[in-house]
Design a protein around this ligand. Structure first.
Ligand code: ADP
Length: 424
């Protein structure tokens, strides 16, 4: 109970009729909802402030610790490399090889030092990755946006990784279309993305080829790195973009990285207004794709990249806590409803379909879904209006909403409180 409405008359017994009572109870309900909303709003505001502070504290902590770790690590690594060089150049040549024990010790010392150096390098990369991610999350990374040639980005990434490719005796091929348009981007960050993808391709491929391709597709540039390596299990595919996740058999495979390369790469691509996704088959290989918008061109018509989008959507729903049991799909296009229904039923959700906003609201009133997938452009009542109605009603405000749209108006979506905004 949030309050009491009390009326009395000192002049007349039975002054208030049943009609008055009804009116009063309607007024009381509205006031009750308003008071409840105000409470929730205040709670949400305090919670958000608290979360923002905690997040900032975490970021500051991470960057301070990383900086503090990086300094001593740099000297440890520097000295280890000097020691290795001195041993190789000055001391080892003086040691006679004829004593077996001495020769064995020499090899051991040399191998141990190699481990120190390579682990030191791995740690440095981890620290740099953590710093990068902390900066991206805090919005503190500075972006040097300029006109960028993607062919050049790829060439520079290939040059930077050529020793890795050679060391594993893999073949690297290029399939970059001539005369690709320039895009707007931060070329160093994009090179970092391609280096990450090529290094992963090399790391998880024992023999065969790594192919770097780039082409214009539906108003976007799509870059792909394909390998003929171990592949990634379907269940594991969404996980590779999670922070610190390394998939596969971690018991037998020695960890070889930080599990941060892909999350960082994805953040960088999304900052450019693009997307990152993958296709993979166990034992055959993997292709990692990313897209970058071409300035002045209109994005893909809605069906073309739909498969990637549906996958992205399914991954997003599957990774939610708590996992929703039922999904309501609201779209006026029967084909899209059909595809989404199939995908989500297959993935084990109960699916209901609505053709328009009004129908959706009626269905939600009947039975509350675990999640709503909402199209924006619908006749009569558009998706933003449906989201606004839901997010302003205490009974429904907790239902997560994912907007699926060709309209790039994320701002508006997030202002309304939608949880995720995916554009085709
Ligand atoms: P890491 O530093 O561990 O490589 P990433 O975020 O780059 O971190 O990758 C996360 C995980 O995704 C890897 O540990 C690996 O299990 C998997 N992975 C990434 N790229 C490939 C690939 N080309 N082939 C097979 N598995 C891959």
């Amino acid at each position: 109970m949030v309050g009491v409405v009390s009326v009395r008359s000192t002049e007349e017994v039975g002054r208030f009729t049943e009609a008055d009572q009804r009116l009063l109870s309607t007024i009381a309900t509205s006031i009750g909802v308003a008071v409840h909303n105000a409470h929730l709003f205040e709670e949400a505001r305090v919670a958000r402030e608290f979360a923002e502070q905690a997040d900032e504290a975490k970021t500051t902590f991470l960057s301070t610790v990383s900086h503090e770790l990086r300094r001593p690590l740099t000297s440890v690594l520097g000295f280890a490399k000097i020691i290795r060089r001195r041993l190789d150049e000055v001391l080892f040549p003086l040691i006679p090889e004829d004593d077996k024990k001495v020769a064995r010790t020499k090899i051991q010392v040399s191998q141990n030092l190699d481990v120190v150096v390579s682990e030191g390098e791995r740690l440095t990369k981890l620290i740099n990755d953590v710093l990068d991610l902390a900066k991206i999350n805090a919005g503190k990374l500075t972006w040097n946006m300029a006109q960028v040639s993607i062919a050049e980005v790829i060439e520079r990434a290939i040059a930077a990784t050529s020793s890795l490719v050679d060391a594993k005796k893999l073949e690297l091929t290029r399939n970059v279309d001539a005369e690709l348009p320039l895009i707007t981007g931060d070329s160093d960050r994009l090179i970092q993305v391609v280096i990450n993808l090529i290094s992963n391709a090399v790391k998880f491929t024992e023999a065969g080829t790594v192919t770097c391709a780039a082409a214009k597709r539906d108003g976007e540039l799509v870059v792909s790195i394909t390998d003929s390596g171990i592949g990634i299990r379907p269940d594991d595919q969404p996980k590779v973009f999670e922070k610190f996740k390394q998939v596969g058999d971690t018991l037998t495979d020695k960890p070889q990285g930080t599990g941060l390369g892909l999350p960082i790469s994805r953040e960088i691509v999304e900052h450019h207004g693009g997307r990152m996704w993958l296709e993979s088959e166990i034992g055959k290989g993997s292709t990692f794709y990313f897209s970058l918008p071409i300035p002045g061109e209109i994005g893909a018509p809605r069906t073309l990249d739909f498969n990637a989008l549906v996958r992205q959507l399914r991954d997003n729903v599957a990774s939610r806590q708590p996992r929703p049991q039922s999904v309501l799909v609201v779209d006026d296009d029967p084909n899209i409803r059909g595809v989404l229904q199939q995908e989500f039923v297959e993935a084990g959700y109960a699916v209901r379909l609505a053709e328009n906003g009004r129908q959706a609201l009626a269905m939600i009133r009947e039975e509350s879904p675990g999640l709503v997938i909402l199209d924006v452009m619908m006749p009569e009542m558009n998706g933003f209006d449906v989201a606004a109605v839901l997010k302003n009603d205490p009974a429904n405000m907790d239902i997560p909403i994912i907007i699926l749209s060709i309209v790039e108006d994320k701002e508006r979506g997030f202002r309304l409180g939608v949880d995720r905004y995916l554009t085709m």
